[in-house]
Design a binder for this molecule. Structure first.
Ligand SMILES: Cc1cc2nc3c(=O)[nH]c(=O)nc-3n(C[C@H](O)[C@H](O)[C@H](O)COP(=O)(O)OP(=O)(O)OC[C@H]3O[C@@H](n4cnc5c(N)ncnc54)[C@H](O)[C@@H]3O)c2cc1C
Length: 428
């Protein structure tokens, strides 16, 4: 971009080029609107560059290693080539970011590099004043590291961890929430000496499901210290009266919305509006902070700005936790509950892994699904569809599911709810 070469006014100016911002930009531009994206770091934001995608890419390599190592039919010494893992992570993230950037070029979306500041109906960034008809705030979220930890090369947040060039010999993870437990699962599977320090473990997750993730971590040799870390002395982690040591200390104490200066919260209506001509989408509007929500809100905001009659009105936003086994939470826990355990299913026996499905329904209408099992994240979409469509137990039970698969477990849970189960029988 040549300084001062911007059009007088864009139809849409989007602050932040992450999952929410790039989805809004591509959709708005496809609908014929002129679009500017203001991004201070990398297009793709957290998800593509520092969170979901690198996490998934690393996990995929480490998971294959772990499965092979725990499969008794595979013999010989197996070694994880960490350099290859990192190389693959970088190839994957660069490729995805490159795809978004080339879509921007094809569509003529203007990218303005710099930190945007909203100021009297304009956005100021990179020495430019960007004028717009409608603006979207998509500035994401930031890590909430307590100030008592200070700064040190040893100390990383999740971005630092997922950008590492070399695996540490040992690591302490501060925080037992989703990010911390996912990192511990990766390190545990890779055979790295790992400790989680946290007074709680997967808070907010059903205890039957989180217990499976906890047990698998313990089986991998991950130590779980149920205490609060108070700070860092520049070398060691301070945990109550003790000091503990690790090559890297990874602090995962939560995310908070990255709100524009001077704003404490950004409540939006179902049209994702903060005020007239100002919209907010993605992590910046609060929980749940997941990319699926961010991307959908991006598309919906663009369509609303283009004049379409749509709204963001989801009944179910799936949350998938990439632990071992994976955990999925969709919808609500209102009404009656059935618990289906897969241990008698062909899938369980063939894959030597068990899953639990908890299905919630009110007068036969499916309201929620919570499950843990190997590959369970692939059930999240079906669970959301059932809830969004207001499906009845019969809709699920009368739909054939391939055999032997994990998704049969969802169908079997609905059979159990109707006392028709073949796999979970009671004595007459
Ligand atoms: C460790 C971890 C793993 C995760 N894994 C998953 C997962 O597997 N699946 C899933 O669905 N979700 C996952 N998430 C959540 C997901 O990353 C977020 O929900 C998603 O990135 C939100 O997108 P966003 O566009 O709202 O924000 P972001 O991706 O944070 O993008 C915001 C962008 O705005 C830019 N920006 C901020 N302020 C300004 C400014 N003033 N001017 C210009 N640019 C600015 C930032 O540089 C950034 O690029 C994970 C999160 C974490 C922390």
């Amino acid at each position: 971009m040549v300084m001062g070469s911007l059009p007088e006014e864009f139809d849409v100016a989007i602050m932040g080029g992450g999952a929410a911002g790039y989805s809004a930009a591509i959709r708005a531009s496809s609908l014929g609107l002129s679009v500017a994206v203001i991004e201070k770091d990398l297009i793709g934001g957290n998800c593509v560059n520092f969170a979901c995608i690198p996490a998934r890419a690393i996990r995929e390599s480490v998971y294959s290693f772990f499965l092979a190592k725990s499969n008794k039919s595979i013999r010989g010494e197996l070694e994880l080539d960490w350099e290859e893992v990192i190389k693959r992570r970088d190839e994957v993230t660069n490729r995805i970011r490159g795809n978004i950037e080339s879509a921007f070029k094809t569509l003529g979306i203007e990218v303005i590099k710099g930190e945007g500041v909203l100021s009297q109906g304009k956005i100021v960034a990179g020495g430019e004043e960007i004028r717009y008809k409608d603006a979207i705030i998509a500035t994401g979220s930031v890590t909430n590291i307590p100030p008592t930890f200070g700064k040190s090369e040893k100390l990383l947040d999740y971005r630092g961890f997922y950008s590492l060039k070399k695996i540490p010999g040992s690591a302490i993870i501060v925080g037992g929430g989703q990010s911390g437990v996912e990192i511990a699962t990766i390190l545990g599977k890779a055979g790295v000496q790992t400790t989680i320090v946290s007074p709680d473990f997967l808070p907010g997750v059903d205890p039957d499901l989180s217990a499976l993730a906890k047990k698998s971590l313990t089986d991998m040799g991950v130590k779980i210290v149920p205490k609060r870390a108070n700070g860092f002395d520049g070398d060691k982690l301070i945990v109550e009266q003790e000091k503990i040591e690790g090559e890297k200390i990874i602090v995962t104490t939560g995310q908070k919305p990255n709100l524009p200066q001077g704003i404490n919260e950004l409540p939006v209506d179902e049209l994702l509006r903060v005020s007239e001509h100002l919209y907010a989408i993605g992590d910046v509007v609060g929980n749940p902070m997941v990319a699926s929500k961010a991307m959908k809100q991006g598309v919906i905001a663009a369509e609303i700005i283009a004049g379409q009659k749509v709204a963001f009105d989801q009944k179910a936003i799936p949350v998938s936790i990439f632990t071992e086994p994976e955990i999925v939470i969709v919808g609500s826990t209102v009404g009656d509950k059935v618990v289906f355990r897969t241990n008698t299913l062909g899938w369980s026996l063939a894959t030597q892994s068990n899953a639990i499905v908890k299905l919630f329904h009110k007068d036969g209408v499916i309201k929620g699904v919570e499950t843990a099992g190997r590959g369970a994240s692939e059930l999240a979409g079906e669970a959301s569809l059932l809830i969004e469509m207001g499906a009845q137990l019969e809709d699920l039970s009368e739909t054939l599911h391939s055999h032997p698969t994990l998704n049969e477990a969802l169908m079997e849970a609905s059979m159990l709810a109707q006392n028709r189960s073949v796999y979970s029988i009671r004595k007459k």
